[in-house]
Design a protein around this ligand. Sequence first.
Ligand SMILES: Nc1ncnc2c1ncn2[C@@H]1O[C@H](COP(=O)(O)OP(=O)(O)O)[C@@H](O)[C@H]1O
Ligand SMILES: Cc1ncsc1CCOP(=O)(O)O
Ligand SMILES: [Mg+2]
Length: 273
Amino acid sequence: MESKEWSSGVWTHLTAVRRQSPLVQCITNLVSMDLVANTLLSAGASPAMVHSVAEVPDFTPHIHALCINVGTLTPDWLPSMKAAAELAAQLGKPWVLDPAAVSCSGFRLKACLELVELKPSVIKGNGSEIITLSGSASQGQTKGADSSHESTEAIEAAKSLALSSGAVVAVSGAVDIVTDGKRVIGVHNGTKMMQKITATGCSLAGLVAAFLAVDSLQPLEATVSAMSVFGIAGELGEELANGPASLRMHLIDSLYGLDETTVLSRVKINRLG
Ligand SMILES: Nc1ncnc2c1ncn2[C@@H]1O[C@H](COP(=O)(O)OP(=O)(O)O)[C@@H](O)[C@H]1O
Ligand SMILES: Cc1ncsc1CCOP(=O)(O)O
Ligand SMILES: [Mg+2]
């Protein structure tokens, strides 16, 4: 695909999210709830942080997409994650898995592998998370929720995980990588300071769910668009920020105010393989 087609695709996806305002159920970690919800609202989607297993049968049938993030996983949260994922998949609704900090423990890795079995549409992690989840690294090394790998070091792991799981795999980092196991796309938007705000990766996973909701038949394209939009909002936000705290605010404002000219001129996407 030409770079011009990627840019217009990004704008088309963002306008569809704004027009359709998809309902996105988020079962996400305690650190990230606020930023994920605000990111979704600024993009035009409707977030719902509904995580009780008691509510899944009533609520999940109404959603347009689901995001599951294991960042502060405890054994009592796993049943609601599994129930929501199972129901979403059964009802043909797209869902995203963020295996946040999967290398922390055997418990978390096992839980993530069980969630992968429930057929996520997209798995979004940082380099270390994708390498661990794909089984390409032995457990032991961990920096928790932060990555100790460049996203580009995880390309082969991402391809192999995509092929084994059937999901599109997205690796965030300096270059965001998106693959379905055959195509590998690079998204070159974003800014380094985004790493200094907790839950930007989680918010990106939530945004991917919103974009999937409006184009579930093209999960790779929808994921690429969400990553580019979030990166552009970060770039614009940094121009107005004095540090991570004000970047957090300006990122949300920039995402809310994105216009067509800015999107078309800033999208940086290419095919890497
Ligand atoms: N060095 C970087 N340069 C540009 N953008 C970055 C960089 N590192 C992270 N980002 C962006 O920050 C956001 C969060 O990604 P990341 O920090 O990898 O997630 P996580 O918090 O899950 O580790 C993504 O939009 C990503 O593109
Ligand atoms: C700090 C922290 N600890 C457990 S989850 C979490 C948030 C991680 O957010 P992100 O993956 O977006 O950096
Ligand atoms: Mg993360």
